[in-house]
Design a protein around this ligand. Structure first.
Ligand SMILES: Cc1cc2nc3c(=O)[nH]c(=O)nc-3n(C[C@H](O)[C@H](O)[C@H](O)COP(=O)(O)OP(=O)(O)OC[C@H]3O[C@@H](n4cnc5c(N)ncnc54)[C@H](O)[C@@H]3O)c2cc1C
Length: 500
């Protein structure tokens, strides 16, 4: 039999039998594999990654912004309502999710599953910065609404440029605007999701998982009560089968086509809208060393929520860095290392209506992406000067960010809608699942994978809870409603992760 991508298999093709097959070595598979290895140490686990190492696609530190998303500074998680008020609900939900993620990291460090915390996480103030009266009023309302909650009670607010200079000197340098405002939470984080994925996957392998890099999964088909994966070893060009009882398609942008190949009903009607991006990376050490924060602003009209501009300190391979962006763009690829055929190849009769409806209803987004694509280097610098007025063109280089594939799904009224969050797809029997979408992304890998375990293994989950609570102690609690538990948990994770 010959598949479209040129892979040939026959009756003599060798077969590997596993309990669990993880497709892709990004933060999602790495997190799920770590949970499964702890709660079911007897299960055989295999991980198949197309690239040379784990964490090289969207999870790579230069492909994302490394923000430990907790809604401390990202204004898109707390938009103003029609009456100007700010509902804290969504921001609280995002923050609660990151509290679980912090506990998982803390467990991983304390158990030597990963190396020292500085190899992947750093404390970093999270700031929001706005210009103009409407934005100032909004930021003040947002501060008052969020800071009344336990999870946000350390949020500071100022309209004083001298205070902003103290918090982030680059933001005030050369600024002539008078009507500015900023908020800040000192306890934010920068996370190198690439380093974390790679260390988690190394640990999986060290504890017996069959981890194979440069192995591409080319097909997934039903086989009895489980699944048969066709896997191509890119080095030897050999193809083999993997028979697994449970499959997780953690292939990032590559998840949609693989789930479509599996033929499960649950993927029907879903499509993907790829958004590419670029960042400006600072090359001047002196400038890099004068900034120590993630500074998020307001998105432009029509911009997707995750394209909010931000001036970010990063820590990559232990070295401090600074970047600004993202600048949006369009490419039909579903992965940075993907193919131009990815988008057209994902169109099916079942998702054609939703995809056309999204194209028709999102002209603002299309306009935004086209405008971004047409921007000259000088125009890109102008966008950055909103945040760093004295920025000098010579100090910055352009880098290509990771691809995001936004979820398109059926909608009974509109035909189809574009969704900016993530969506777990799972077959009715729970034997195969996958993750579509991007935001809030890597920061929520822990709660997303815990939710996936509950959904795919409803009969086993209760029996796993004690073990899971060793890894994520406040699982099942709402920390915003229990300030004593929150303080105690925060102090202990801060101590282990060297965040205090
Ligand atoms: C510009 C940008 C900025 C972002 N900023 C942030 C941020 O600040 N904070 C945050 O939390 N999140 C952020 N995200 C989102 C975050 O990067 C992603 O949600 C997260 O990395 C996704 O992890 P993943 O494991 O699903 O995918 P990936 O990391 O992409 O991993 C998927 C893996 O699957 C492999 N693969 C694909 N197809 C196959 C196949 N057929 N066979 C075998 N292997 C395959 C790929 O090579 C890849 O290694 C950002 C994303 C982008 C693009």
């Amino acid at each position: 039999m010959r598949f479209r991508d040129g892979v040939t298999v026959s009756a003599a093709t060798p077969t590997l039998t596993l309990d669990v097959a993880l497709v892709g070595g990004g933060i999602m598979s790495a997190t799920l594999g770590t949970f499964l290895q702890q709660i079911e140490p007897g299960w055989s686990i295999g991980l198949f990654e197309n690239l040379k190492r784990a964490g090289l696609e969207s999870s790579d530190p230069w492909n994302n912004a490394g923000t430990g998303h907790s809604a401390l500074c990202e204004l898109n998680y707390s938009p103003a309502g029609p009456d100007g008020s700010v509902d804290p609900k969504k921001a609280l939900g995002i923050n609660e999710q990151f509290q679980l993620t912090r506990q998982f990291y803390s467990w991983a460090v304390s158990q030597s599953v990963v190396k020292e915390p500085q190899s992947f996480i750093h404390p970093l103030p999270h700031m929001s910065f706005v210009i103009g009266e409407d934005n100032r009023r909004y930021l003040k309302t947002r501060h008052d609404s969020l800071s009344a909650n336990t999870l946000f009670d350390t949020m500071e607010y100022t309209e004083d440029l001298d205070q902003i200079r103290e918090w982030a000197p680059l933001v005030s340098e050369g600024r002539t605007h008078k009507n500015v405002a900023a908020s800040r939470v000192v306890g934010g984080t920068d996370v190198d999701f690439g380093a974390l994925s790679s260390q988690l996957v190394d640990s999986l392998a060290a504890k017996g998982a069959d981890v194979r890099f440069e192995h591409r999964v080319t097909n997934i088909a039903r086989s009895g009560s489980g699944w048969r994966l066709t896997v191509k070893n890119k080095v030897s060009a050999q193809t083999f089968f993997v028979d697994a009882k449970f499959v997780f398609v953690g292939a990032g942008g590559g998840a949609l086509p693989l789930l479509q190949k599996s033929g499960i009903d649950e993927i029907k009607g879903f499509g993907g809208f790829p958004v590419s991006g670029e960042f400006l990376r600072c090359t001047n050490e002196e400038v890099i060393n004068r900034h120590e924060a993630k500074v998020y602003g307001q998105a432009s009209v029509g911009a997707p929520p995750m394209s909010v501009p931000h001036l970010d300190t990063r820590y990559v391979d232990g070295k401090k860095a600074l970047m600004f962006g993202p600048y949006g763009g369009f490419s039909p690829k579903f992965l940075k290392t993907g193919k131009l055929w990815d988008l057209p190849g994902s169109v099916r009769t079942s998702n054609l209506v939703p995809m056309l409806a999204v194209a028709k209803d999102n002209l603002d987004l299309v306009k935004y992406l086209v405008t971004e694509l047409m921007k000259t280097r000088n125009q890109q610098m102008e966008a950055m000067r909103e945040y760093y007025p004295a920025a000098n063109l010579q100090d910055w280089e352009l880098i290509t960010a990771g691809q995001r594939v936004q979820v398109i799904k059926k909608d009974p009224k509109k035909g189809g809608v574009l969704q900016f969050g993530t969506e777990v797809i799972a077959s009715a029997d729970g034997s195969i699942s996958g993750l579509l979408g991007a935001s809030p992304g890597a920061s929520t890998a822990t709660p997303i994978m815990l939710g996936l375990l509950k959904r795919c293994f409803p009969n086993q989950f209760a029996g796993w809870e004690d073990k899971l609570k060793e890894m994520v102690p406040t699982l099942g609690h709402t920390l915003n409603q229990d300030s004593a538990l929150y303080q105690q948990t925060k102090e202990s994770t801060d101590r282990v992760l060297h965040l205090a």
